[in-house]
Design a protein around this ligand. Sequence first.
Ligand code: APR
Ligand code: ZN
Length: 225
Amino acid sequence: RKGKTTEEVVKQYLQKVRIAPEENCTICMEALGGASGYKGGDFIGRLAQCGHQYHLQCLVAMYNNGNKDGSLQCPTCKTIYGVKTGNQPPGKMEYHVIPHSLPGHHDCKTIRIIYNVLPGTQGPEHPNPGKPFTARGFPRHCYLPDSEKGRKVLRLLLTAWDRRLVFSVGTSSTTGELDTVIWNEVHHKTEFGSNLTGHGYPDPSHLDNVLDELKAQGITEEEEQ
Ligand code: APR
Ligand code: ZN
């Protein structure tokens, strides 16, 4: 995306609205018929797929607040334009099949995913650039049934990993530790034969939940992007 100005990046997902509707922009809360509460400018755009309308300069301000990866997410309905990426630090994702069944999935073997993320220094895409971050509890082991749906989830998790969306850097809600590697918005099962943390099996809705969470990150099997 180098070479494109922020305005150009945002505009590629917009259609120009010529006649302002009698509504407020839900980003700045000012009338769409008037100027953006952020930077002035009265260009109004309609997001091409979902149809939600905003001041161009409000979307530009929102984009500049994020990680500027060329993608844009509608703040109203969360539709993603372009390919959303995250700020997961460098590491490794591996997986293999183990010949045991998970509680609730007695008819198949199990996929074990092993994530390894190392501590390091935060980059400009992280909450405290230049400060160190820790990485606790790695390698983290996660489990999926080796069923058709489980393998689909695995394929999508590999995409999530490539797009740096599995982990993030921030405050752990479990330990309260600041500046540490934390799970992002996609749930993983980290217990194999027990369910002491609530992140174990059986959980009949787990795979569907993960598919929904992946979809919210713009990751689906129908790779239109
Ligand atoms: N296993 C799987 N997911 C978890 C776990 C866990 N043990 N604990 C929390 N989560 C989920 C939470 O439900 C939430 O959605 O991860 C998300 C972020 O929670 P944080 O506590 O901020 O994440 P993190 O600090 O990375 O995880 C805490 O998980 O895998 C373990 O070793 C890790 O003990 C640590 C714990
Ligand atoms: Zn606005």
